[in-house]
Design a protein around this ligand. Structure first.
Ligand SMILES: Nc1ncnc2c1ncn2[C@@H]1O[C@H](COP(=O)(O)OP(=O)(O)OP(=O)(O)O)[C@@H](O)[C@H]1O
Length: 443
């Protein structure tokens, strides 16, 4: 009974809130979010065909109930595109008494939407699809994302993904960040466009930059932004092209395929070239043909596999772009190349805001000057900022780190200069071999 009262209370609150909301969109969101619990949203998702057959009588009844039981009705009006739609939530507590006394209380919810019959087409063609899309967006927003990793060569195993990274917390150039967000938003809206131009609905990103600059954080931010699951493909664990095919075909739509450190798959390319030599043995030859290769991966990604699903994002990451196979860098292969760089004053401010919720501190000018002079990764800065809850101490620690980096850089610069001077001297005076006493220098 307590829970029944709670439900009534919650719906009263919703109605009051909804009544004060003028904008139609917000109102609809309120209806779906507050009034429609998961199980009914699932019913709504189960097919417009179902809705269509009911709504032809200008009244949608999602579930029915026994009229003798205790019932609560909550009504509200939604204005959509100038048309009035009346929603009614019916909440019923039903007792299910059994002869052995083990009765239980059951709560039933059903929803009705009614409208003037002249708006039937609008309701079917526009309003209900809109409600469904809104409900789906809410559901997507609320569901826990998952990350799938490949195990035993050809199976994915999922775990929940709770990575907190978002575009707000990502420390990187603001313009670049915005261009990525815009690109993703454009991509997800372009279903018809991709269909019209006859291309698979997928988009590729190459993330490159030194370790600790936020490549994984950017992937998590993209997943959180789009509400897409991640498939983290460890290529070295895949035994054959057939296994790779099985993995890729087993991916769901609206997902991100990630291949980290793609430069390490240079090995795969060498394997492909090396296989030419051992073609004498026919079984070996067969096995060799089925081994995973970089070109095999690229063919899948670009080929027919890409048309087996929709809304796919493919991300390759590397710490060394210059080591990548030219096939990967070819125009059209990866749609966007994103450089994740060392920490800048701008990214430092974002990190300081993330970890200490501040916009300014007296140490900022010094820190920002030092950051311009040294190479420090966002991961290093984040680590120092996290170490201490006291903002003053954390920022002072950061000043110390940056100063010590600057000092080290100066020592290296001096050593290099000395070594270069000695080399110059040697080239002018070849007999002075004893000059080679300092550490070897990579020119
Ligand atoms: N650009 C960034 N913005 C916010 N946090 C960052 C950023 N870069 C690094 N970090 C912090 O450092 C940690 C490590 O960074 P991350 O794993 O994203 O870097 P990476 O470039 O993927 O490194 P690797 O190449 O070694 O995989 C993150 O968990 C995050 O806390």
């Amino acid at each position: 009974m307590a829970s029944y009262d709670k439900v009534i209370e919650s719906y009263k609150k919703t109605i009051t809130t909804a009544a004060s909301v003028a904008a139609s969109l917000m109102l609809v969101r309120g209806v779906v979010n507050e009034l429609v619990p998961y199980e009914v949203r699932d019913l709504l998702f189960s097919g417009i065909g179902y809705l269509r057959s009911n709504i032809l009588q200008q009244r949608l009844r999602v579930s029915s109930m026994d009229e003798n039981d205790k019932m609560m009705r909550a009504e509200m009006t939604d204005i959509y595109d100038g048309t009035e739609f009346k929603w009614c939530l019916i909440c019923q507590e039903k007792s299910n008494d059994s002869s052995n006394g083990s009765g239980y209380q059951q709560e039933l919810h059903s929803y009705e939407v009614s409208f003037h019959k002249k708006h039937k087409e609008k309701a079917l063609q526009s309003y209900l699809p809109f409600i469904l899309a809104t409900a789906k967006a809410i559901k997507d927003q609320e569901r826990t994302l998952r990350i799938f990793m490949n195990e035993y060569s050809d199976t994915w195993s999922p775990i929940d993904l709770h990575h907190p990274s978002t575009f707000d917390t990502l420390a990187m150039d603001q313009k670049l960040k915005q261009s990525i967000i815009d690109d993703l938003n454009r991509f997800i809206k372009r279903k018809d466009y991709y269909k019209r131009i006859g291309k698979a609905w997928k988009r590729g990103y190459l993330l490159y930059g030194p370790p600790g600059t936020g490549k994984s954080s950017l992937i998590a931010a993209m997943a959180n932004h789009l509400r897409f699951d991640i498939y983290d493909l460890e290529l070295t664990e895949v035994n054959s092209n057939s296994d790779l095919r099985r993995l890729l075909v087993g991916m769901s739509n609206r997902s991100i395929l990630v291949v980290e450190d793609i430069d390490c798959t240079i090995e795969l390319k060498q394997r492909e070239e090396g296989d030419e030599s051992d073609k004498s043995n026919s079984t070996e030859e067969k096995k060799g043909e089925d081994k995973v290769t970089l070109s095999g991966l690229l063919n899948f990604v670009d080929g027919l596999w890409s048309t087996t699903g929709e809304e796919r994002i493919i991300i390759f990451t590397t710490n060394y772009k210059e080591r990548l196979d030219s096939a990967l860098l070819r125009p059209g292969r990866m749609d966007m190349h994103i450089h994740m760089g060392y920490c800048t004053p701008e990214s430092f401010r974002i990190l300081a805001n993330n970890y200490h919720s501040i916009d300014y501190h007296v140490t900022y000018p010094e820190i920002e000057e030092l950051i311009k002079e040294v190479t420090v990764t966002p991961a290093e800065v984040a680590e120092v900022l996290m170490r201490n809850d006291d903002t003053n101490v954390a920022l002072q620690d950061l000043v110390d780190l940056l100063k010590s980096k600057k000092k080290d850089a100066n020592v290296i610069k001096t050593e290099n200069k000395d070594a270069n001077d000695q080399l110059d001297e040697l080239s002018k005076n070849p007999n002075s071999g004893e000059l080679f006493t300092s550490p070897a220098v990579d020119r």
